[in-house]
Design a protein. Structure first.
Length: 579
């Protein structure tokens, strides 16, 4: 979404530059009006358009060998996982965005209310083409759709010219243009270019009305009328007869000679601008998964890098991965040679394809979370690890990071409806890094379906800004990997969970307080948290018993806490069994 908004800003800025530099000073007012309306709509649509003929693939590097990253604990999410409320899933910038919409909507309603008050209190005179509203004790002059608001302080001899001017606005539906931009100001309240577009449209309306009235009235008299000072309504979507910032421009435009028709060729500048934008929007980053579907090969340079990684002591690695890569490339070469002489559907090729597929699956398992060009210091080796918000005062910041990450995923998780309907589930492996600025960047993933990948990406993109990791006193980027398993609950899953809950309850009833309980058993978050707390107390109890005995008051206190926790967990497990 941020990319979309940035593209809109860039396109609108380009269109406005073309307008201000080449078109604004011309007298083709209706053409300029169409230009402003069309280009704004185009700027909203262009980011979504991708033309195959213009499509250019900017390839990302092939996933070919693993690099050093920190493997976070796996997280399983599914329909059985307790979800946070709708409001709690909003991020701070989403609150700001919708608060801005709410505020601008209120301002819009206030403006409409102000116009309605003027209409109700004014003296109305009905004509075939418009309704004249006389505002008492005022010198206002503006129109809004088919209503012309005139103050009773305006001299009668000047009313005909003003009415003629406002009738042009009514006839050409100028209020509709301004209302269009006013509504867009509500949605894009943070975009300054929307306000500029509306301002340009407003002055165009005045030029159009002035030009029509000047055909039947002497320009000198009309210019004198423009020099009069009237009161003005500060409402952005009404056509005001007097607007001090426009008076000089209107007089200049009235006195300007009509532009030559050949100048209309300037509008052709719009074509190369749109083509350049289409070329930009049609470019896409190559999908490493699609490339891998065809062939996995490793160049000599990449192979050397892979061997360096393999021989390093910074991370664990698959001892068979090297042999699998070499064997895979050998079989690909053999297959290509055989295809010159035999049919692709032959039994020999089919046998090779099966072996290649088996090798590919093995390599995918080993490379599942590995992505090239993720540089940084290992989480386990960095002097100061990145700090998740809320973990600043934690004793074990690494453990706090793990727990906070899992809580974040469960909090923001929503199982896609499309995946539920198509019974799509499985593991999505994600690699990302926390940069020197504490931002989450370079997110890459691989999963069984793009729907699950999109949901995993959405969750990781919502990670908050963190305090970056440090190495030798300097902020560094730190790479991470985390698998998220999407699991749908069917009847068998529910029965399995009940069986797990019953088995765990049996353990609690029959065991002492010195036994660690199994974790990540697939039950709800509350039970998982209770188990985590219970195991933490058991470990602390064991540590203390190395230097003391069970009669120690601290041990007794821990035993009491463990007993209370056991009772609480039994109640939670009974609830899980009954549900």
């Amino acid at each position: 979404m941020i990319t979309y908004l940035l593209e809109i800003l860039i396109f609108q800025l380009a269109f406005l530059l073309v307008y201000d530099l080449f078109l604004k000073g011309e007298t083709f007012f209706q053409w300029n009006r169409a230009y402003l309306l069309v280009t704004f709509i185009i700027s909203l649509v262009l980011p979504w358009i991708k033309i195959e003929a213009l499509k250019t693939t900017v390839s990302s590097e092939l996933v070919a060998y693993p690099q050093a990253f920190f493997q976070l604990d796996a997280v399983t999410v599914g329909l059985g996982v307790e979800k946070a409320s709708f409001w709690s899933q909003w991020l701070w910038y989403e609150w700001i965005f919708f608060a801005g919409i709410a505020l601008t909507t209120i301002l819009f309603v206030v403006k409409l209310y102000h116009i309605e008050v003027l209409r109700l209190k004014g003296q109305k005179k009905y004509y075939p083409r418009f309704t004249k509203v006389v505002v008492t004790k005022s010198s206002v002059a503006f129109s809004f759709f088919k209503h012309v608001f005139l103050g009773d302080g305006i001299p009668r001899e000047k009313e005909p010219n003003i009415l003629a001017h406002e009738l042009v606005h009514i006839k050409q539906w100028h209020s509709l243009d301004l209302l269009f931009f006013e509504l867009l100001r509500i949605v894009f309240w943070f975009n300054p270019l929307v306000y500029i577009y509306q301002s340009r449209m407003s002055e165009l309306h005045e030029f159009i009305a002035d030009a029509h009235v000047a055909k039947t009235n002497k320009k000198e008299q009309y210019q004198l009328l423009l020099a009069e000072v009237f009161q003005t309504q500060h409402i952005s979507f009404v056509n005001q007869f007097f607007k001090s910032s426009l008076i000089k421009k209107r007089i200049v435009m009235l006195s300007k000679s009509k532009s030559k028709k050949v100048v209309q060729l300037k509008y052709l500048l719009l074509l190369p601008a749109i083509m350049a934008m289409l070329l930009y929007t049609s470019c896409e980053v190559g999908d490493s998964k699609e490339i891998e579907e065809n062939k996995i090969e490793i160049s000599e340079d990449e192979y050397d890098d892979f061997l360096k990684w393999k021989n390093s002591k910074s991370t664990s690695h698959d001892a068979n991965l090297n042999q699998r890569v070499i064997r895979y490339n050998e079989l690909v070469g053999i297959r290509n040679k055989l295809l010159k002489d035999i049919n692709e559907n032959g039994p020999v090729i089919e046998k090779l394809d099966k072996e290649l597929e088996a090798l590919k699956l093995g390599m995918r398992e080993s490379l599942n979370s590995a992505v090239t060009n993720i540089s940084g210091i290992l989480f386990s080796e960095v002097d100061e690890v990145p700090i998740f918000p809320g973990c600043e005062n934690a004793t074990d910041k690494r453990a706090c990071f793990q727990e906070s990450m899992q809580n974040h995923i469960r909090k923001h998780f929503n199982y896609p409806k499309e995946a539920q309907e198509l019974d799509i589930q499985g593991r999505v492996s994600i690699v990302f890094k926390i940069t020197e600025n504490g931002d989450v960047d370079d997110i890459r993933m691989r999963g069984p379906d793009k729907v699950l990948e999109a949901e995993a990406l959405r969750i990781i993109q919502r990670l908050p800004k963190m305090k970056p990791g440090k190495q030798n006193g300097k902020a560094v980027s730190v790479p991470f990997s985390i698998p998220i398993t999407f699991k749908l609950d069917n009847g068998q899953d529910i029965n399995e969970k009940k069986a797990i809950a019953m088995a765990l309850r049996t353990i609690l009833v029959n065991s002492d307080v010195d036994i660690l309980l199994p974790t990540q058993i697939g039950l709800n978050d509350n039970i998982e948290k209770s188990i985590g707390h219970y195991n933490k107390l058991v470990k602390e109890r064991g540590r203390l018993l190395e230097s003391t005995n069970e009669s120690n008051p601290i041990i007794k206190n821990l035993d009491e806490q463990l007993i209370v926790l056991k009772i609480k967990m039994q109640e939670q497990l009974i609830g899980a069994i009954q549900n």
